[in-house]
Ligand binder design. Structure first.
Ligand code: ADP
Length: 391
């Protein structure tokens, strides 16, 4: 038995047909229909306006007007519940016209038997429900996309507003550094250098935010060219060696590989891995940077001898904003974005990034990149690799 009656509105100018239909519906086993009858166009429309019936059955012939006009008018005023048109015999293409006007189905009066009518009503109700669910889902998706878009626009604005004064500050810090150096004031020179370093850190955090917004908005672009992988790694190791007195950055292996990709972005990944090694293994003295070649892939591994990363957290550290909850790691500054950005850059270069680590025994972060990518142009179209890195 159905829990509540199915409420049907019948708009039909012939009382005999109303009585017949009530009888047909009452005889369908296991159902409970409750029929409201309106005998003409105007009273029918008023009912539709006042109540959302589970389904309405409209006769085609309604005095001077007809059921199709009524369907149209009901749909125009925003009525969304199922409407089924009852057509007489030999009434030509009314069925198609009814569907075009917004009816959900139709049934010829001479076929008005219980099972068929029940099926048509039930299907119309269920179809409408599914349609509404789909629309709800779609509008939720649109709303969440809109929200996401607004959020990204807001972050872009904030990033821009933060970057502008920082650029000016950086200019002043560098000028002060020069002036104090010329004046031979080593204390003030050191302070100006520290200012510059802190400004660089802030710039790095802001750039990470900008990259995440770009990734999420599908706007992370790559400036691709052929470049020497070995030269790029060596250049970064040399630059970062100057930022740490504690660690020796030990460069090993060579690949001789000429890769197709964005050297700036790949450099960003290498810098991130090395900076993490420096940052999270502060009381060790050695970091190994190993370049190798295996099965048409170049591979770079950065190995430190710091605290390592527990097995259960290794899968999560590539997620955005994920940081390990240990007091030592929390003490190091960061937003947990670097590895997420790195993994996106490597993925977009058709490569893989991973970690090998044991808690207490250091971490080795590696990535591999294919020598030949799917969208790679021929090398003769490009400048020499050195020019690409330097210029
Ligand atoms: P963050 O800006 O926080 O350093 P990352 O995405 O680069 O962000 O790293 C995510 C987290 O992974 C870090 O917060 C840190 O907890 C952990 N981590 C990354 N590299 C190392 C490492 N070499 N040794 C230990 N922990 C690391």
């Amino acid at each position: 038995m159905e829990i509540r009656p199915t409420r049907i509105l019948l708009i039909e100018d012939d009382e005999d047909d109303y009585l017949l239909l009530t009888k047909v519906l009452a005889r369908i086993p296991g159902t409970h229909y409750e029929v409201t009858w309106e005998p003409d166009y105007a009273s029918g429309l008023a009912r539709l306006r006042a109540h959302p019936y589970d389904a309405s059955l409209l006769d085609y012939r309604l005095g001077a007007r007809n059921g199709i006009e009524l369907v149209k008018e009901a749909r125009q005023m925003g009525y969304q519940q199922p409407i089924i048109l009852l057509t007489g015999a030999n009434e030509g293409e009314i069925d198609i016209k009814a569907l075009k006007a917004g009816a959900d189905d139709y049934i010829a009066k001479d076929q008005l038997q219980g099972e068929l009518l029940h099926r048509i009503i039930r299907y119309s109700i269920e179809r409408k429900k599914a349609e509404r669910e789909r629309e709800k889902l779609l509008s939720e998706q649109i709303a969440s996309r809109e929200l996401e878009k607004k959020r990204n626009e807001f972050i872009s604005l904030v990033v821009h507003e933060l970057k502008t004064p920082l650029t000016t500050l950086k200019g002043y810090a560098q000028l002060m550094q020069k002036r104090f150096t010329t004046a031979g004031d080593s204390n003030m020179t050191r302070m100006a250098m520290r200012m510059d370093t802190q400004i660089n850190k802030l710039n790095g955090l802001i750039s990470d935010f900008q990259d995440v917004t770009r990734i999420e908005g599908g706007k992370l672009k790559f400036n691709e060219a052929f470049f020497s992988f070995d030269a790029l790694v060596a250049e970064i190791v040399e630059d970062l060696q100057m930022t740490t007195q504690q660690h020796i950055l030990q460069l090993e292996g060579e690949t001789g590989a000429l890769l197709w990709g964005d050297p700036g972005r790949i450099g960003q990944v290498i810098t991130n891995l090395l900076n993490n090694a420096i940052k999270y293994a502060p009381i060790t003295d050695r970091i190994i940077v190993r370049r190798t070649m295996a099965e048409n892939m170049v591979q770079l591994c950065v190995q430190d001898f710091g605290p390592g990363i527990p097995q259960e957290q290794q899968g999560k550290i590539f997620d955005p904003f994920y940081r390990i909850e240990s007091s030592m790691e929390r003490a190091a500054p960061g937003l947990g974005l670097g590895l997420y950005i790195a993994s996106e850059i490597i993925r977009r270069h058709e490569g893989t990034i991973w970690i090998e680590s044991e808690e207490g025994n250091g971490s080795t972060f590696c990535f591999s990149l294919p020598l030949q990518r799917s969208n790679q142009p021929s090398q003769s179209d490009q400048h020499s690799p050195k020019e690409q890195i330097l210029g």
